[in-house]
Structure formats: C-alpha cells, structure tokens
Design a protein around this ligand. Sequence first.
Ligand SMILES: Nc1ncnc2c1ncn2[C@@H]1O[C@H](COP(=O)(O)OP(=O)(O)OP(=O)(O)O)[C@@H](O)[C@H]1O
Ligand SMILES: [Mg+2]
Length: 310
Amino acid sequence: METDVIKVNNLSKHFGEIKAVNIIDFFVKQGEIFGFLGPNGAGKTTTIRMMTGVLRPTSGSIQIYGKEVWKNQIMIKQILGNVPEEANVYMDLTGFQNLSFIGELYSIPKVERKERALNLLKKFELFERRESLAKKYSKGMKQRLLLCMALMSEPKILFLDEPTSGLDVQSSIIIKNLIKEYNKNGMTIFLTTHNMDVANEMCGRIAIINKGKIIRCDTPDNLRAIEKEYQAINLYLSEEINPSAFSEIEGIKNVSKIKDFYHIIVSNVDQAIAGVINITRERNVKIIKINTPEPSLEEVFINVIQEGER
Ligand SMILES: Nc1ncnc2c1ncn2[C@@H]1O[C@H](COP(=O)(O)OP(=O)(O)OP(=O)(O)O)[C@@H](O)[C@H]1O
Ligand SMILES: [Mg+2]
C-alpha cells in the first residue's frame, strides 16, 4: 500500500524580504526516491532544513508520519537521517570514531554500534581507511563518511542535500548505487540536486523548484513528455539577421545565436520551419543548413524556468 510519509502544505520561509520558499505543496510516498531539482538559490536547502527540523517555517505545515516536524523534533530526529549541504565530519576523529560517536548519541549499545559502524565502512569502501583521521580523507571519502553517519541510526527516511555535488565519478557512483540499494530495501529518500542527470537516474518523481515556487512535479518520464513540446531547430544562414525576427514564428519558445547558427526552440518543428522559410525569404537570406536536434532534459528544464519568469 502506498502512503504519503511526508506531506507539505502551504509551506513558506521568508528571510526578511526574501521569499526563499513561497507557498509550496507536495507529498512524498513511502519507499520512493523523491528529487528536488532547481538552480542555485531556488530554495532547495531552505526546504530540506525545514523538513529536517533545523529551520522553523514562516508558515504552512510539514508532516512526517502524520506528525508536525517543528513540534516533534525529538521523535523526528529518531526516524530521519540527514546529510546537510555544508555538513562536516569530525576532523580529529578517525572514520570509525566518527561513527562510534554518532552511535553513542543515538544510545546504540556498544557491540551493536561497532558492528553497524564496521558494516557501513565496508559498504562505503572506507574500511581500509577506518583508522585514519577524517581530516586526511578526500572530499569524496568525507561525503561517504557523512552518509555512513546519517545511516548509523538506521533511519526510515534519508535526506540528502546535493549528495554527489563536486565528487569524482567513482565516489558519485558508489554513493548513487548505495542510495538505490537502501531505497530498494525500503528506505524513503529525499534528495536535492541541480544535476538533471542525477535526478533522472535516481528519482521516481521530481519536483522542479525555482525562486521558491514548485513549477513542475512529476515522474522523469512525464517530464520528458514535456520535452516533446520543446523541439529545437539549428539554423545556419548566409547572412546574419536579428534573432528577434524569429519571434513571429508560431509556438516559438526561445531563440538564441550560438556561434554561427541560430538555436530556435519551438513547440512544433514542422509548423515552425514554414515560418523560418518565410522570414529568410522576406529578408533575401539563404538557408545554408537546418537541423533539428533533440533538446536535453536539462535544456527543457531551463526553458520551463524561463517561461515561468516571462
Ligand atoms: N539564513 C538565511 N538568511 C538569509 N537568506 C537566506 C538564508 N538562507 C537562504 N537564504 C536565501 O534564500 C534563497 C534560497 O536559498 P537556498 O539555500 O534554499 O537555495 P538552494 O536551492 O539550496 O541553492 P543552491 O543550489 O545554491 O544550494 C536564496 O536567495 C538565499 O540567499
Ligand atoms: Mg542548497
């Protein structure tokens, strides 16, 4: 049975004049990987901080397993694992000691604590380095240790703010695969990213957030269907013309000049090409080459955001 383990309603967070999160609603289902995707400053971290009980919402509600987060801090902390955006490990402790310390905070008995810590270190490929001080770890190793720390309490829901940002391929793959594995075993995952590919690969559903507002929330497949409304034409001409000339094309969404060609985004290529031909004819300019590449999901996402702003 699918149940909504997280319900967010009318949630806002203002910092003075800044509406970092501006009336958002969404839910997360038991056992899904839910992605929060958006550009820098969109409000992702602010949202996740409210969801994990770090920041008090200006207004609105966040319920996890039916309990209001802000009013049930202790209970919430027991069931959540959290890897914040700028978290850090304890530099002067070893990898193993970092995990033991977290285990103590959660009052996990000593034997159990050790067993969990060693198992996590093995899983995350840190076992060999378990006795090194964390300050000697690479960035990717620190990030993996942070994940281990978040997993020590065997949380039901795991919150990850940009889990693979700035990591090399190997660390990213280890982290992505293990997140997927934990999810397969029933853990609900909430992650933020500005990387479309990460969201696409990992998430069952994705909310796209920009300037504090959720502009889309759907499965990667359905988001890709939106992609079909965004078709591209690359147009090479014998002479330069003002890109604004293309604004009269039916269903035009965007036009830009890239190097020696015009990149035109439209909702229907066939219709648009007739318009392109007219425009060039009127100006006595020859078409040298025209092609219609598939735009990436990333490009669609940028266009959806730009449209929202217009
Ligand atoms: N403590 C704060 N005080 C004032 N403004 C803040 C604070 N925290 C966040 N903001 C502002 O709120 C907005 C959203 O920031 P937030 O950190 O949530 O974005 P984000 O989506 O996580 O971005 P990024 O991808 O860069 O991590 C920004 O305009 C930011 O400057
Ligand atoms: Mg952030």
